[in-house]
Design a protein around this ligand. Structure first.
Ligand code: ZN
Length: 305
């Protein structure tokens, strides 16, 4: 399906932050430590309480496996621990939270610290105007019309008419598109587009025939928008790699009807194993954050026929 390779946008000089320099093996050790914490919580028998989770985290996060990563985050290990505990405390069970239960929230906030390790030193886009003015973000609509985007996405329906059309469409052809709001901004960093294209090409190759292309449900967000989402009860954490343009959310549940969700999971885990990305299972969608340096070696975007 990839018919050639074209030059992507020029990319800024490599950045040598403490987080970017942290070895992938340290990140792998950290991930195993996260799994161990989740196992400890699960061993409590029933759904753990916030107090139990806080007690377990307060002890475990000071251990070496966690310290290796948390100590390299921009504001230091103590701030990271406080951030994690705050996220856990703010968990509300009956909200339309993307974290299905408290254990999921613990997993999401712990794994989010890998994104913070990699990108927490960058200044986030504070407002939507900052996002629109960012010269490093590429316009996906332009790239798509040139055949350089290997995945599906659509923008938010912002008008009443647009929303009415979407509702009618869903009624007429259920399963035609994932039930999400669409992108607020169809903008992304070149490195993220390169990696998403690679994931999309792998998924297209391995998924059953007739499976639609990889579907991206969220890309860049301003801090203001992230706060708005948090106010609505979503597990929209801060700092977030979405707010510096290095993260995307990929539709997962919708691909079950094509018997392709397990394929997408395997593709994402393989890319994580290769060190390109940090992946977080958030239920309906999976969060993907690109690692510093990933996507740059190629500086290319696959061209689709
Ligand atoms: Zn995300």
């Amino acid at each position: 399906m990839v018919t050639g390779w074209v030059q992507g946008a020029e990319i800024v000089a490599d950045d040598l932050s403490a987080g970017a320099a942290r070895r992938l093996s340290d990140v792998a050790v950290y991930r195993r430590a996260v799994a161990a914490v989740l196992a400890e919580l699960a061993a409590q028998g029933r759904a753990p309480s916030v107090a139990t989770a806080e007690r377990v985290l307060d002890r475990r996060l000071r251990e070496a496996e966690f310290a290796m990563v948390l100590s390299a985050t921009p504001s230091g290990p103590e701030a990271a621990i406080q951030r994690i505990l705050r996220d856990v405390r703010s968990y509300r069970r009956r909200s339309p939270n993307s974290a299905g239960d408290l254990a999921a929230m613990v997993r999401i906030t712990l794994l989010t610290q890998i994104d913070v390790l990699w990108w927490g030193h960058l200044r986030p886009y504070r407002s939507d105007a900052d996002v629109l003015a960012a010269p490093e973000l590429l316009d996906l609509d332009v790239l798509r019309s040139d055949g350089k985007v290997a995945f599906n996405y659509r923008r938010q329906a912002t008008t009443l008419l647009g929303r009415a059309v979407r509702t009618a469409e869903r009624a007429a052809v259920p399963g035609h598109a994932p039930a999400t709001a669409g992108l607020r901004f169809a903008l992304a960093r070149a490195e993220l587009i390169v990696v998403l294209n690679q994931i999309a090409v792998d998924f297209a190759r391995l998924a059953p025939p007739g499976t639609p292309r990889l579907w991206v449900t969220s890309l860049v967000r301003s801090v203001a928008y992230q706060r708005q989402l948090r106010g609505l009860g979503y597990a929209a954490l801060l700092p977030s790699a979405h707010c510096v343009g290095y993260a995307a959310d990929l539709e997962m549940s919708w691909f079950r009807q094509f018997d392709a969700d397990h394929v997408l999971r395997a593709v994402l885990i393989a890319h994580q194993r290769d060190g390109d990305v940090n992946v977080i299972d958030e239920g309906q969608a999976w969060h993907v954050c690109v690692r510093p340096g990933a996507g740059r070696a190629l500086r290319l975007i696959p061209r689709q026929r």
